[in-house]
Design a binder for this molecule. Structure first.
Ligand code: YOG
Length: 134
């Protein structure tokens, strides 16, 4: 049985977000605003079905998927690319591979000490975010 990531989570830390955004070709002005944000994660997990909302004053982003089923992801409002994404459980970690123009792109969520962790990768950059239950 896998961990339940469901809930509303508030960001408490965000490391290396700027270089991650640079790898995604996010423009300078957007990066300066985006790095000041403290987004909320709202996760609904029902069996293998997930809805993940990333909410902020600048932009909201929604992704819906079923574990193990590849889907076309449109990162509209973020870096505006299309990826073929697949999310799977790697033991207790929920891992997404985002195949597309950018190499080594993806993310991993896990729970640790009651907090929600997230690593976001693009090429050689890793952004590390931590969220606490609202
Ligand atoms: O989460 O993929 O939880 O989708 C990463 C932003 C900033 C907009 C957010 C708005 C990447 C401008 C999504 C921030 C930078 C910067 C809040 C993280 C691109 C553009 C939306 C993510 C996964 C896992 C689910």
């Amino acid at each position: 049985t896998h961990p339940d990531l469901s809930g509303t989570w508030n960001m408490v830390s965000n490391e290396n977000f700027e270089p991650y955004m640079q790898r995604l070709d996010v423009d300078f002005a957007t990066r300066k605003v985006a790095k000041l944000l403290k987004p909320q994660k709202v996760i609904e997990q029902k069996g293998d079905s997930f809805t993940i909302r990333t909410l902020s004053s600048l932009r909201n982003y929604l992704v819906e998927f079923t574990v193990g089923k590849e889907f076309e992801e449109d990162t509209k409002g973020l870096d505006n690319r299309k990826c073929m994404s697949t999310v799977s459980w790697d033991n207790d970690r929920l891992t997404c591979v985002q195949k597309g123009e950018k190499k080594n792109r993806g993310w991993t969520h896990w729970l640790e000490g009651g907090e929600l962790h997230l690593e976001l990768c693009c090429e050689d950059q890793v952004c590390k975010q931590v969220f606490r239950k609202a």
